[in-house]
Design a protein. Structure first.
Length: 306
């Protein structure tokens, strides 16, 4: 009788799980509709338009691989790729290094940790906004705060935004300044490292630097890898800062023309939607290639406990 009772319970549980699955499916239906209509649908449409000539005013005309061939002779596209690669390669490591340094500092038990964590996280919330980009343009302008500070020490300032030699550097600095999000993730990762490892290292006479190099970095490497992948993807998609600082032109002399801004100019400046769609898929391929490269390289430096 006990076995029969258990079997009946399992049957009731199975029916209940089916009802739960149906309820979950109904709750997920709006998300699936949004996925098809807002994400997957437009992506497939842009893939089709990438092989057409389309300007929003006339029906798309299939042109084969013309848009792809056109990329090889596009000098502004090459310039935007160079600017974007420099932006990513320089800003992301600096941003992560600063975030990790502050996370290690805060992990030592600073008083008012919640306050400092909120203050340091604030730039990540505001860094991508138009208001901060406008403020950044003002701060690094000819009569901005940076030049005023340099003048206090008797140093002649310049128009950092208006100079092709330094305009991209100001955007890189703005991205480095938005270190709050990876810092919070680093701080959470540091809190997961057992203190017994550090206590054993101290007994063996290991210095703080040796503890950081031999304990903290290996055990934190999965978190570093996670932040690295996310911040590279985010940096490749950067648009608002370059658009606001340059006034949408990518100037001066295309020095702030990042890839997303150039794509926007082709799509909504000249309404060359077919070519812009091809550029969008080029960005997808570039991000995918960098992500795949990071995953391949991770086996050489990412350490997992298991």
């Amino acid at each position: 009788m006990s076995a029969l009772a258990e079997l009946r319970k399992l049957e009731k549980g199975g029916k209940g799980s089916k009802r739960d699955n149906r309820a979950a499916a109904w709750f997920l239906t709006p998300w699936f509709i949004g996925l098809v209509l807002i994400t997957a649908g437009p992506m497939l449409a842009s893939l089709v338009l990438a092989f057409t000539k389309y300007n929003l005013l006339q029906a798309p005309v299939f042109n084969g691989l013309d848009n792809i061939v056109r990329m090889f002779g596009d000098e502004r596209l090459l310039r935007s790729l160079i600017n974007t690669f420099l932006y990513v390669i320089i800003s992301v490591p600096l941003q992560l290094a600063l975030a990790l340094a502050l996370a290690v500092f805060l992990d030592r038990g600073v008083r008012g940790l919640s306050f400092y964590r909120s203050v340091f996280y604030l730039p990540s919330l505001l860094g991508g906004s138009v208001a901060i980009a406008v403020l950044w343009r003002t701060v690094f302008g000819t009569g901005g705060l940076v030049n005023d500070a340099l003048a206090f020490f008797g140093i002649q300032g310049q128009g950092w935004i208006s100079s092709p030699d330094t305009a991209l550097a100001t955007l890189i600095l703005l991205n480095v300044w938005t270190f709050g999000s990876p810092m919070v993730i680093f701080l959470a990762g540091l809190r997961q490292i057992p203190t017994s490892y550090y206590e054993a290292a101290q007994v063996d006479g290991a210095s703080r630097w040796r503890q950081f190099r031999s304990i903290t970095m290996p055990l934190l490497s999965p978190i570093i890898f996670f932040n690295l992948v996310l911040q590279i993807i985010h940096a490749f998609q950067s648009f608002t800062q370059a658009f606001v600082v340059s006034g949408g032109t990518g100037g001066p002399a295309d020095s702030t023309l990042v890839f997303s801004l150039y794509l926007y100019q082709r799509a909504f400046g000249s309404f060359d939607m077919g070519y812009a769609s091809a550029l969008a898929w080029l960005l997808v391929l570039v991000i995918g290639a960098f992500t795949a490269l990071n995953f391949w390289l991770s086996k050489y430096w990412v350490f997992y406990d298991d």
